[in-house]
Design a protein around this ligand. Sequence first.
Ligand code: FE2
Ligand code: FE2
Length: 274
Amino acid sequence: MTVIAHLSDPHFGTEIPAVVDALQAALHALQPDLVIVSGDMTQRARKHEFRSARNFLDRLKVPAIMVIPGNHDIPLFNVVARALTPYRNYCDAFGAPCGMWTDTDTIVMALDSTNPARHTRGKLRTGQLADLASRIPPSMTPRLRIACAHQPLHTAWLEDQHEVLIDAGNAAAAFAGHDIDIVLSGHVHVPLVTTTREAFPELRRHFILSGAGTAVSHRTRPGAPNSFNVITTCPESAVRSVKVAIWRFNPESGHFAVHQVTQFHLGASGWEPV
Ligand SMILES: [Fe+2]
Ligand SMILES: [Fe+2]
């Protein structure tokens, strides 16, 4: 069994200390194999914000951490830094974007969808999508392939549809073509756990979409409190199944707790909810 905690959009610089503490406690209890943060680590890409983000992740003392940049991890108001060294503070804290994590059956591949020439929109280049297969180590035959980009392929709320990846349909087709099982994203601060069946009915092999809300920032949306997702996989079982849970922060209890669990099975046309 593999447990992956999927966090997003902590926007350090706007974090709520009590929620940070509650998240640390929840993750300590969960003991995930991997914590992945799908971008917007900071609010304004400042050094001290990245330092806070890095310190938080270090304090978790989990076996593995992966991060990818979001549009907020590139300076916005410092136009010189945005033009000349857009990723300097990000790289100082986390190293070059686009990491990878594997265990015996599972591979997680990070994809950087940001570009200093764009403000909020994200795009995956044709080359990034074509390279997915070559990133899998030759010695490995993964039974679960996970990709992660900051902007989503699809959103829970119709009003956020303009925030999806540019050429989302092409990206979805490429993921399906590479037998990707789950795509992780953030950006809109509203969680989404579903498959591609509604947004991209034409795909030959459907995959799971795990969109995470903002983990610790006060930049929540109405009706969407701080949250994160937990992906539990059983790749070794005969029937391939994955559980994706949304954990929500409850201000009254001061804790995160499971809000919703969706189980998926792999069928003839891809992943479907049970
Ligand atoms: Fe964000
Ligand atoms: Fe974002």
